[in-house]
Design a protein around this ligand. Structure first.
Ligand code: UDP
Length: 359
């Protein structure tokens, strides 16, 4: 079977690390990098660190609005799908690359497999939510991370086959976290001690594009009672500069600002943190796996099970709620952590499902 895989941004590189090499042992893979994330910090370093095969095609499409980006990707992908004549198109997650890949495959009559299907925040103002819903409804094979995702798809009566495979990001996290946790040298290099600091990331459009929301984010980070290592996504950095807020953060006594970090270093910092502050989807899940409480800077989440288990609190950009969450985690040190997202073998199940349904 020939599988055309479309990836384009940081979390997709991480997810592909659990599948691509394995897929290539028994099938042919054509790996297409759309270019959505193109710089070393968000792209090349992940290929190097996680042993992801070099992309066979680089489309070089970045920047622009969501619609323009998706449209350009679609136009560039169509001839690649025609030329490669794959038996299946494989997409991951919820980005513009996901939607463009799924549409390009479906419109060429090639079955589409969507990894991380069925995730829903039920917030249609998020571009990611639109991408998820649309990709799911054109997919022939919907590979789900959780029971909740399976239920969401059943409720929506999707046309494709639905399979619970577990979460491919968990495969990678479970492999990397044990070695990363022991890399206390990486914390020390930044002047941090295990359990005595917070790790923060934020780049969702809903949090950084509007200056008033961005200011609330900045104030929230500055109000934290512990050192905060803030890994700044280029989009966030740009918005902070535009809004004249970067200096405020820089002046924060307890703020440590970094560019996006490689997966091993970031995972080392995350695993040893007191808590994580984030609006990222993947990080909520990784924090749960690492047993690090998560304060989610959004009002909704697709990873609702982590909230139900008490490991994740949704605070949006409410400073007082974030401080309260931090205190409440300290009062509940022994929360149970059931295996919600599979056992670290999702990549194998993705491959088995592809072979069974699409070969
Ligand atoms: N991540 C990383 N370095 C960083 C920040 C995040 O390697 O400096 C990883 C993080 O561990 C997670 C992924 O990037 O696996 C999350 O990516 P992102 O927040 O871009 O995407 P989302 O999860 O929101 O789709």
């Amino acid at each position: 079977m020939r599988v055309l895989t479309v990836i384009g941004n940081r979390p997709q590189f991480i997810k592909a690390a659990a599948v691509s090499a394995r897929l290539r042992r028994s099938h042919e893979e054509v790996l297409v990098h759309t270019g959505q994330h193109f710089d070393d910090e968000l792209s090349a370093i992940f290929f190097r660190e996680l042993g992801i095969p070099e992309p066979d095609r680089q489309l070089g499409i970045a920047l622009g609005s969501n619609s323009s980006q998706t449209a350009r990707m679609l136009a560039a992908l169509e001839p690649v799908v025609v030329e490669m004549a794959p038996d299946a198109v494989l997409v991951y997650g919820d980005t513009n690359s996901t939607l463009a890949g799924a549409l390009a495959g479906a419109q060429s009559g090639v079955p589409v497999a969507h990894v991380e299907a069925g995730m829903r925040s039920f917030d249609r103002s998020m571009p990611e939510e639109l991408n998820r819903v649309l990709a799911d409804h054109v997919s022939a094979l919907l590979l789900c991370s959780s029971e909740v995702a399976v239920r969401n798809l059943r409720r929506e009566n999707v046309a494709g086959s639905v399979e619970l495979v577990g979460d491919v990001m968990v495969d990678v996290a479970l492999t990397v976290q044990p070695q990363a946790r022991s890399r206390v040298d990486l914390l020390r290099a930044r002047g941090l001690k295990p359990g005595e600091y917070l790790v923060a990331t934020a780049h969702r459009s809903g949090n950084v594009d509007e200056p008033a929301r961005l200011e609330s984010l900045v104030e929230l980070l500055l109000a934290m009672p512990l050192p905060v290592l803030f890994s700044m996504h280029p989009r966030t950095r740009e918005r902070l500069v535009d809004a004249g807020l970067l200096e405020r953060l820089r002046d924060g006594e307890r703020l440590i600002l970094t560019p996006p970090l490689g997966y091993l270093e970031f995972t080392a910092l995350m695993c040893n943190a007191r808590a994580v502050l984030t609006d990222s989807g993947g990080l909520q899940k990784e924090a749960y796996l690492a047993g690090v409480p998560c304060i989610t800077l959004r009002a909704s989440t697709e990873w609702i099970e982590t909230v139900e288990c008490g490991w994740n609190r949704l605070v949006d950009l409410d400073r007082a709620a974030a401080l309260d969450a931090l205190e409440s985690f300290a009062r509940e040190p022994d929360l149970a952590r059931p295996a919600l997202y599979g056992d670290g073998h999702a990549g194998e199940r993705v491959l088995a499902a592809l072979t069974l349904h699409l070969q």
